[in-house]
Design a binder for this molecule. Sequence first.
Ligand SMILES: NC(=O)c1ccc[n+]([C@@H]2O[C@H](COP(=O)([O-])OP(=O)(O)OC[C@H]3O[C@@H](n4cnc5c(N)ncnc54)[C@H](OP(=O)(O)O)[C@@H]3O)[C@@H](O)[C@H]2O)c1
Length: 287
Amino acid sequence: MLVITGASGQLGRKITENLLQHVPAEGIALSVRDPSKALNFRAAGIRVRQGDYEDAASLRHAWEGADRLLLVSSNAAAIGGDPMMQHATAIAVARDLGVQRIFYTSQIASSSTSHFPPARTHAATEALLAQSGVPWTALRHGFYADSALAMNALGFANGVLAAPLDGKVSWTTHDDLAAADAMLLASSEAIEGPTAPLTGLEALDLDDIAKLAQDILDKPVIREILEDGAMLENAQSTGVPPDRIAILMGYYKAARLGEFASVDPTLSRLIGHPPQSMHDFMVEQLR
Ligand SMILES: NC(=O)c1ccc[n+]([C@@H]2O[C@H](COP(=O)([O-])OP(=O)(O)OC[C@H]3O[C@@H](n4cnc5c(N)ncnc54)[C@H](OP(=O)(O)O)[C@@H]3O)[C@@H](O)[C@H]2O)c1
């Protein structure tokens, strides 16, 4: 049985859809906080059970019979929660259940010294996996292309991408990552430990994104550099919670130090075609 967590979220849902191209529905089980968000998958013959990273007993039930587990990383930090506690609970349950391999959705900047707080969580989770005794694969995802659009939504609307100095980022779509994750989950071969960076084939900074947006939206879009302090003040004065501010400010610092810049052909090789370019993704999403 292949078990996928976070299947009510964007990535988990797409991984499940892709996995159906590799294995029959009876071989897949979903673990979601709210099963009513996965009714379509249940109707397709997939087992859907309730599982919350905060509740080990629910995970033991939801993951019953799991041979391989795809653990979608927690997004709890953005709302003041403790993702490490949740990941530790999940890894302990998987070990106790005798899961044969854990696939964890990590990130290309994963490092204990990263300036981006989630990347330090990914590194600490990879260390827990290494100590768990369970075979594991860390799917080192490129930065979501979706995040570039979310972070700059206001800028696309008003024509000014105002943010601190950044750096090149190898933006990567959920669709391409989900296809690769499903392929690896279903494959009899396994990558031990961290994968190569799973990324798009180009790295772009906000200057590049502004130029693409100008062309795609057919209106002036300029890039304006804000001092870090000005960005911090804006975020604080508009009531952004402290944990989210730490992630945001850490993002720009890490980006200008090149933490998200790796470009690697592994994702193209896994999915059998070039990953979607940022230009094509923006055309699809913004027009
Ligand atoms: N590589 C990157 O650049 C990047 C960028 C942003 C985020 N991420 C990470 O990638 C993960 C997946 O991304 P996504 O786009 O699919 O995010 P998403 O759409 O927000 O989905 C997150 C999923 O996690 C589930 N979840 C949250 N708390 C949980 C808990 N306590 N127990 C069990 N499940 C829980 C959510 O369930 P509900 O539907 O019940 O809320 C949802 O299914 C994120 O959680 C984050 O850690 C990576």
